[in-house]
Each structure stands twice: as C-alpha cells, then as structure tokens.
Design a protein around this ligand. Structure first.
Ligand code: IPE
Ligand code: IPE
Ligand code: MG
Length: 247
C-alpha cells in the first residue's frame, strides 16, 4: 500500500525521529563496490531524509553516523568516514543553514581528528541560531558513554554545591544528556534489518516505537519514511497502560 501525504497529515506526526543509518557496507558489496562507496551514497540518503522531514514539518532528527564501537573498523574506512563528514559539511552547510537546520553534534567529538572536529564545530557554530530542524548527529557516540558522562556531570554539580542528591529524578537526569531540552524520539528507524539498538540513545528510546526494514540505508527513500510514520501512527502506544484497548 502506498501512503499519501494527505493520509499522513490526518494523524499526529512524530515530533522526533531517530535513525540508525545502517547497511552502507552491504549495499556496496551487493553491487561489487568498495564499502566506502556505500558510505558516500548513504550521505545522499541523509540529505534526502532532511528534505523529507522538512516537508512533513518534523522538528527533531537524530542520526547515528559513527558509534564509539566503529573505531574497531580498519583505519582506511574510519578515515574515509571522517573525510565524508568534512565533504558533506563543505557541500551542504549553506543549504542546511538556509533551510533553518541546526547541526548539533552529539557524542565525544573531541576524540575525532583535528580537521574533522574543526569542521563540525564550524557547522555547529554557523547554524546555532536555527530552530526549524534540530539535526543531532551522533558522532563517536555511545549510549552508555552518554549516560556515564551525564552521571559525572551531575556528581560534579553536587560536589560544587549547585545540586543536591535529592534533585535527581528522570527529568533532571535528562537535562545532563546531549539531548537536553528535546523531546524523546517517538520513532526509531533501523534499515538493513538488524534487530538491535547498537548502543544508540539508550536512555531516550525507553518508549520509542521501533521500525525495522530490510532496505539498506543508501536505498532509503521518502516513501520508506512515510511508511514508517504511517505504521507508527497506527500503533497503540500504551506506555504500560491499556491504551486504546480499554474495554
Ligand atoms: C552504517 O553502515 C555506517 C556506519 C556504521 C558508519 P555499515 O558500514 O555498518 O554497513 P553494514 O552494516 O556493514 O552493511
Ligand atoms: C550502528 O551500526 C552505528 C551506525 C549506524 C553509525 P553498526 O553497523 O556499527 O552496528 P552493528 O555492529 O551491526 O551492531
Ligand atoms: Mg552496520
């Protein structure tokens, strides 16, 4: 079944979508290409996703671009990914800025190479006043790392006397995460068919709806996004209660 824009607009849109951009390597191998060719097409798929979100007026997007575990890959693949990020920013930053996108890196970007770090900081600084779309780019990101970082920051505030132990509750802890002030993702999309979260947004996805497709990330198109949103809109989010199934 093909979903139309009119149908999607009849029900509430997700406010925040998170995407694990997975399957670039397999896409390339399937075509007899080098893995890095898949990463290159994957970047184009990200641009198309941003355009599609803009059309749907969805404000928050978090994309997993490089995990704390991705350092295990061969150096030439890691370097190619870093180069692609620089290229993406060089090529697209004016477009993103015009569209009102705020580029918000999340993760320990200080561990990236100097050149990559500086380019990402440039993109962040240039777009810092934009609010039309908040694009969280998870780079050297790990959900556990984020939680430990937040716990340390809270403890530091306690040591300094800025906070009391009793101030700590879920809302307070959330303010120490990279996504402070943002709604949690309503919908988590994972292409390439893997049924795991791979250390992505562990805190924030507590009640996100999970949508997995066998489509590989470089092949991910607007129609897949629309299908994901349609399925999301037709689920019963019960949050542990009885939801729409009350009788
Ligand atoms: C996702 O694609 C991109 C990154 C992890 C940076 P993969 O490179 O993981 O692609 P597969 O899973 O090997 O197909
Ligand atoms: C998750 O994909 C990380 C990114 C998409 C950046 P991986 O390909 O690294 O995940 P695993 O290894 O299949 O769990
Ligand atoms: Mg993968």
């Amino acid at each position: 079944m093909k979903v139309t824009l009119e149908e999607l607009k009849q029900k509430p849109m997700p406010k925040h979508i998170a995407v694990i951009m997975d399957g670039n390597g397999r896409w390339a191998i399937n075509k007899g290409l080098a893995r890095n060719a898949g990463h290159r097409v994957g970047v184009q798929a990200l641009k198309n996703l941003i355009i599609a979100l803009d059309e749907l007026k969805i404000q928050y997007l978090t994309v997993y671009a490089f995990s704390t575990e991705n350092w295990k890959r061969p150096a030439d693949e890691v370097n190619a990914l870093m180069e692609l990020m620089i290229e993406f920013i060089d090529k697209e930053i004016d477009y993103l800025d015009e569209k009102g996108v705020r580029v918000n890196p999340i993760g320990d970007i200080s561990r990236l190479s100097g050149k990559t770090y500086e380019k990402i900081m440039f993109a962040k600084e240039k777009t810092k006043n934009n609010s039309h779309i908040i694009l969280n780019v998870a780079l050297n990101y790990g959900g556990r790392q984020e939680i430990i970082r937040a716990a340390k920051a809270f403890c530091e505030d306690v040591q300094k006397g800025n906070m009391q132990l009793d101030d700590l509750d879920e809302a307070c802890f959330s303010r120490y995460l990279y996504t402070a002030g943002q709604p949690d993702p309503d919908l988590l999309i994972r292409p390439s068919g893997e049924m795991r979260v791979s250390n992505f947004l562990l805190w924030q996805i507590a009640y996100s709806e999970f949508w997995v497709t066998n489509i590989l990330w470089p092949d991910f198109k607007k129609e897949h996004l629309w299908q994901a949103i349609w399925d999301y809109q037709n689920r019963d989010r019960r949050y542990g209660g009885l939801g729409g199934k009350r009788s």
